[in-house]
Design a binder for this molecule. Structure first.
Ligand code: ARG
Length: 278
């Protein structure tokens, strides 16, 4: 099979260093409070992810970590932006609630551009459960629910962003956020693990994305779908070797990064990287 060349588009990202990273509570099946995390190693691995993105030519803003917010490294959960509008997050669990304020302050201080910030009424965990495909159907939002984000937030996001929002039901607790089960590979195509979705949501995805790259449970468990792509380079967890082969076969360039420590909190590349769409 031959593909047209996959072209990268320069992005702006937001990351937050895991200086205060621990697993001191368990709000997803990956978190085990009995296994200690190596915070120094987590920072080292995070730093390599940051430089990998920067070396690919992307702008990376850094959010100051706050003590007492061990999950703040998962910056993707703090908000969801489309064309200069930011739909703020509202976390499901109290342990993470004030992360939303830190993200809101980042957008409102104006250092990373001018944003229109919309405070949410409904529970939603930012890019954890929202993905945007600017080139699909004129600009399409995919939204997950079932574990974290309230489906009422999907309608709220549609009102705030003025883009169609497609609700997808997640059914497997191991893949509790949309970004553990599905990722945008470029402006119009996605990769996903069908088994993480309800049968109806699987039909919707088949209809919308007939050319999607399909992943299996092992790919998802290796956090291979928790990837960041610039349209050409697909940055993903080193453990996800089979997934790297799949994206390579589809014409993309896999860029593996080691993130063993962040996996202990139930996240990987995508969770640690929010995209700022100005
Ligand atoms: N420990 C965090 C939580 O359970 C991990 C968040 C992962 N982030 C993500 N975008 N999937 O909330």
């Amino acid at each position: 099979m031959s593909y047209t060349e996959r072209l990268p588009r320069t992005r702006t990202y937001l990351m937050c260093p895991p200086e205060h990273f621990t697993v001191e509570y368990a709000i997803n099946p990956w978190m085990d409070t009995a296994v200690p995390v190596d915070a120094a190693l987590a920072v080292k691995q995070w730093e390599l992810l940051r430089t990998t993105l920067a070396d690919l030519g992307h702008a990376v803003h850094v959010l100051d970590p706050r003590p007492g917010l061990p999950d703040m490294v998962y910056a993707a959960n703090g908000a969801f932006s489309v064309d200069g509008t930011v739909y703020g997050a509202r976390f499901r669990f109290p342990q993470r609630a004030s992360e939303a304020d830190a993200h809101r302050a980042f957008y409102q201080d104006g250092l990373a551009g001018d944003w229109r910030f919309a405070a949410p009424e409904h529970v939603n965990e930012g890019e954890g459960d929202f993905a945007y495909l600017p080139g699909a159907y004129g600009g399409l939002v995919l939204a997950g629910y079932g574990f974290r984000t309230d489906p009422a937030a999907h309608a709220e996001a549609q009102e705030v962003l003025g883009r169609p929002v497609v609700s997808l039901k997640l059914v497997d607790p191991a893949f509790y956020h949309l970004d553990t089960a599905l990722a945008a590979l470029d402006d119009r195509n996605v990769t996903y693990y069908p088994g993480a979705f309800s049968p109806a949501a699987q039909r919707v995805l088949t209809q919308l994305f007939p050319d999607a790259v399909l992943a299996d449970r092992a790919d998802a468990e290796a956090f291979g779908l928790n990837l960041v792509s610039d349209g050409r380079h697909v940055i993903l967890n080193t453990e996800a070797t089979a997934m790297a082969d799949k994206v390579r076969a589809a014409g993309y360039v896999p860029v593996p990064v080691e993130l063993t420590e962040l996996k202990r909190g139930g996240g990987s590349v995508k969770c640690a990287v929010a995209e700022l769409r100005g």
